[in-house]
Design a protein around this ligand. Structure first.
Ligand code: SF4
Length: 239
């Protein structure tokens, strides 16, 4: 598929999602540090459980890097227990705040002044921070124009017929970042909308008849039964 078509398809998907769902107002947090905590706690967890862990941190007065630094791992694990995998997540949060103190004197503004590629390298060097978490922190806490790839994104993009030949994180990220303008607001909203669609409609068993990306014309005899209904966006974008 040529680059022009890919660009058109990606924008068409975004426009359809935005028209259906509207702004998602991500990230649901009161301050930057809370976004970072949420990005780490949400690994393998439903957001409702993360919210409970965040409420516990706030209620106990521990929603600051300095306060988390003072806790033992066992104390922190008890507070964030609702988020699941609480022992390892306590370890991850402590690794992050220790690093933040040692490398940046707890200064988040200074942290996010670092250029995007350097910052990504630094975040990836911290225990428990992988690509998706690092990119979520950069986009949603640092307002950096990076596209976050997750399981919902891969599933929808592949069903729409845009799956890159390799399924690595980098390749999926390049698909978006090379074909869309480097715009933080767009990347923020687009990712949030894909998550919304993945949770509501494009599940393991998709309900395509309720999907805003379903552009299939039932009288179209060329529409292959092996394709998902959203794959027709590609044909329409070529015309
Ligand atoms: S048309 Fe079906 S497969 Fe395609 S994005 Fe919608 S729900 Fe998923």
């Amino acid at each position: 598929m040529d680059d022009k078509t890919i660009k058109k398809v990606l924008l068409s998907i975004y426009e359809r999602l935005f028209t259906r769902y509207g702004p998602q107002k991500w990230w649901p947090a009161e301050e930057t540090f809370e976004v970072i905590i949420g990005a780490i706690l949400t690994q393998s967890a439903a957001w409702t459980n993360v919210e409970k862990a965040i409420s516990n941190l706030k209620a106990s007065g521990k929603m600051t890097p300095q306060a988390i630094r003072q806790l033992t791992q066992a104390e922190l694990a008890q507070i964030i227990r609702p988020s699941g995998y609480y022992n390892v997540k306590a370890q991850k949060l402590q690794a992050f705040v220790k690093w933040l103190e040692e490398q940046h004197n707890y200064n988040l503004k200074k942290l996010f002044n670092i250029n995007t590629s350097q910052l990504r390298k630094q975040l990836l060097s911290i225990f428990g921070i992988g690509e998706e978490t690092a990119d979520s922190i950069m986009l949603y806490a640092g307002n950096k124009p990076v596209f976050v790839i997750d399981a919902y994104t891969r599933r929808i993009i592949s069903r729409a017929g845009l799956a890159p030949p390799k399924s690595s994180y980098d390749v999926y990220q390049t698909l978006f970042m090379s074909n869309l303008p480097a715009n933080t607001e767009l990347f923020n909203e687009y990712h949030a909308l894909l998550v919304r669609l993945g949770k509501d409609v494009c599940k393991t068993r998709p309900t395509c008849n309720q999907c805003c990306l379903n552009t299939a014309d039932t009288t179209d005899t060329e529409h292959s039964y092996t394709e998902y209904s959203c794959a027709t966006i590609i044909k329409q974008s070529r015309s």
